[in-house]
Ligand binder design. Structure first.
Ligand SMILES: [Fe+2]
Length: 297
């Protein structure tokens, strides 16, 4: 093991030292990062200056096939960070100004304050997300996590019964509207149709069972909607109890890597009309998308 690992929470999450995304990284170190991620699911790597977009993409690509070009097409928007591998998680418009308060994109971004896991609304799910802190506001804007393997382990046996048979529908637009965003147009809605996933799965890197849930979870297949939403809410509430939560306080240059198949996360509020928060994300996925199933919109 070439990395030093400092656990940050009793159940999961760790700080890694001995890897720098701005330098060439040996394959043995990549293997160690994977091993740390299998165990801890959320890992922090700090730098005194943030990696460039190119360094961020190059490192991420070594951890799995990258998601490309899937920013939602919201009418009238251009990219501030013109790399198809990078999702701009800032509160800045395409010319680098803080969004006007009535901007639809800001309303949709605020839905990231709901507990979720990235890209569960796609058939091919996200594995790792890598979020780089380019500029962080003076207060607020922590990213909070919960470990869905620990959550599964903690569920009473009687409550686990039957859950492994359930299939859940995940919809991007469901969570956007739940988060206070406007109803999408039909054209916008068509860019991201819902996807279905098992509620309980085995997290392959650790061989542990995990719940797979998110604010995108809108329905349970074959169930009446009221009952499905009550069960989803009950499990989301159980999963997000303080005993499971690790809150990351950002510093510029931090790279936070999390495993979307083992965790949920959420952004916490900050004064997004006054302060800049410039965060950029790459996302690895379960497998490369075949031609004919491109998500480029
Ligand atoms: Fe997210």
């Amino acid at each position: 093991m070439t990395l030093a690992i400092e656990p940050l929470h009793p159940l999961y999450a760790a700080r890694l030292t001995g890897v720098d995304l701005r330098q060439p990284v040996e394959e043995a170190v990549i293997d160690d990062v994977r091993a740390a991620m299998a165990r801890f699911a959320v890992c922090v790597i700090s730098h005194d200056t943030p990696p460039t977009n190119e360094q961020h993409i190059a490192f991420s690509a070594r951890l799995g096939p990258l998601e490309r070009g899937a920013s939602p097409k919201i009418k009238g928007t251009e990219l501030r960070v013109p790399y198809p591998e990078i999702v701009d998680q800032s509160n800045l418009n395409d010319v680098g100004e803080i969004y006007a308060d009535d901007d639809r994109r800001l309303a949709y971004k605020r839905a990231n304050r709901l507990w979720h896991t990235d890209m569960s609304f796609y058939e091919v799910r996200a594995t790792y997300s890598l979020l780089v802190g380019h500029r962080t506001p003076p207060s607020g804007a922590d990213t909070e996590f919960t470990d869905m393997r620990a959550v599964w382990d903690a569920l009473p046996a009687s409550r686990k019964e039957g859950l492994e048979d359930l299939v859940v529908e995940h919809s991007y637009w469901y969570s956007r509207v739940q988060g206070g965003g406007p109803e999408p147009t039909n054209e916008e809605r068509a860019t991201r149709p819902p996807a279905r996933h098992r509620l309980v799965h085995i997290h392959a890197p650790s061989r542990r069972k995990a719940l797979y849930l998110a604010s995108h979870a809108s329905d349970i297949v074959g169930w009446p909607q009221d009952r499905a939403r009550a069960v989803i809410k009950e499990l989301m509430d159980f999963a997000t109890q303080p005993r499971f939560v690790y809150a990351h306080k950002w510093r510029q240059g931090d790279v936070l890597i999390w495993d979307n198949l083992a965790t949920m996360h959420r952004a916490t509020p900050f004064d997004d009309r006054t302060f800049v928060r410039d965060m950029r994300r790459t996302t690895c996925r379960e497998r490369a998308i075949q031609s004919g199933e491109s998500r480029i919109v």
